[in-house]
Design a binder for this molecule. Structure first.
Ligand SMILES: [Fe+2]
Length: 390
């Protein structure tokens, strides 16, 4: 077991990444070093009860005052943001620390911005327009408890606006975390389904980013590293949450995938996954896992070499020089990995109704991810992919 904590910086993000077993405890020094006296911890109900979190909050007292806001719901809403910011302001928080999965991290980013200017979140419910933040935002620190979203190193925050029922992606450089604390010990509490869904979300980020129309040689290097990492560690993480080496490897893969997709955006799989979550409450990672092989099969012809590379990174048995065959092996390798880790394969298994396909196809086509998909896609294509995944 390695106790080494390392600190890294990456060209793609201003976020400093501190990683290793015990990184959370060591981040106390980092908080003290920021010169702040009061921090708001943002998390969900379950995470707030973890002994690691309670111990951390206790151990901070003396150097940094801590208040815990445990109202970060899955798919956080503007109401959660306003409430968290109210708690933070009353406490006098000068920094916001998220401990949790993507929802908690996204919620914490928006809470930080709302602390800086009460009423800000209400002004951001405007689809299609860029997020605007003209005020100062207190520093954000993210401690992920799942290896999936990569929110800890990107400037995105997905918030649901309750009145309009809109789920929007806020995106602003002031939402970049100052620091990401990747402590694999914090990943142990997530149940198997959550570990699997998160890992397959990270894989989807990496695959879609690798073949995105906006991909560059630099983003492809990152996406390739992430795909290899998921292929190497996901099954181990699914089997054994205590396998710290695998947890750390998968966590790193998820973070690296985020560095890539923050530049490239994603593709039809993410566009099509959103309505599954919105209409049927299918967890984001599960929706991606079911749709990914089908989306890849649709896209293969647009980038044979790209998909052949992906097959190789996934460890599929391929023959040199046979690019089309290798490309076709990529979706099969994803299907095999998803089956190995026990992810649901069909939308009907998780309660999605075929009647909704037309509506879901309309919704999916609204997503900006469609524009960077390697193959041009119509509403009818999307409906056909949904049908294939039923
Ligand atoms: Fe995702």
């Amino acid at each position: 077991m390695s106790e080494t904590i390392r600190t890294e910086c990456f060209d793609e993000t201003p976020t400093r990444v501190v990683s290793g077993e015990g990184a959370l405890e060591s981040s106390r020094a980092c908080l003290a070093g920021m010169g702040i006296e009061k921090a708001l911890i943002v998390c969900g109900e379950n995470v707030s009860k973890l002994p690691e979190v309670q111990q951390f909050a206790l151990s901070c007292s003396g150097c940094v005052g801590v208040e815990v806001f445990c109202g970060a719901a899955p798919d956080p809403t503007d109401a959660n943001v306003i409430e968290g910011a109210r708690v933070g302001r009353e406490f006098g928080a000068e920094m916001v620390m998220a401990i949790g999965g993507g929802s908690s991290m996204d919620c914490a980013k928006a809470i930080a911005a709302e602390i800086g200017k009460p009423g800000w979140i209400a002004s951001q419910d405007r689809p299609g327009q860029p997020t605007s933040i003209e005020h100062q935002v207190p520093p954000i620190v993210c401690v992920p408890t799942t290896a999936g979203t990569g929110s800890e190193v990107n400037p995105f925050s997905v918030i649901t606006f309750t009145q309009t029922q809109r789920k929007l992606v806020l995106n602003h450089e002031k939402l970049f975390p100052r620091c990401a604390v990747l402590d694999p010990r914090m990943l142990r509490s997530a149940p198997k389904e959550v570990r699997v869904a998160a890992g397959l979300d990270a894989l989807t980020h990496a695959v879609e980013s690798y073949v995105s129309l906006r991909a560059t040689p630099e983003t492809r290097v990152r996406a390739a590293e992430a795909i290899r990492g998921v292929a190497k560690y996901l099954a181990r993480v699914a089997d054994d949450a205590e396998d710290m080496q695998a947890q750390a490897g998968l966590q790193r893969a998820a973070m690296i995938a985020s560095l890539s997709f923050a530049k490239t955006r994603l593709g039809i799989v993410h566009a099509m996954a959103l309505p599954l979550s919105a209409l049927f409450g299918v967890p984001h990672g599960v929706a991606n896992a079911m749709l990914l092989p089908h989306g890849m099969r649709f896209n293969v012809e647009a980038d044979l070499q790209g998909f052949a590379d992906i097959a190789a990174y996934l460890g599929a048995p391929i023959e040199e020089g046979k690019v089309p065959e290798a490309a076709m092996a990529a979706p099969e390798a994803v299907t095999a990995l998803a089956a190995e880790v026990g992810a649901p394969a069909r939308m009907s298994e998780v309660g999605v109704e075929a009647d909704a396909i037309e509506r879901m196809a309309d919704d999916a086509m609204q997503s900006a991810h469609v524009q960077v998909n390697p193959r041009g896609v119509t509403r009818e294509d999307v409906a056909a992919i949904y049908r294939a995944a039923m």
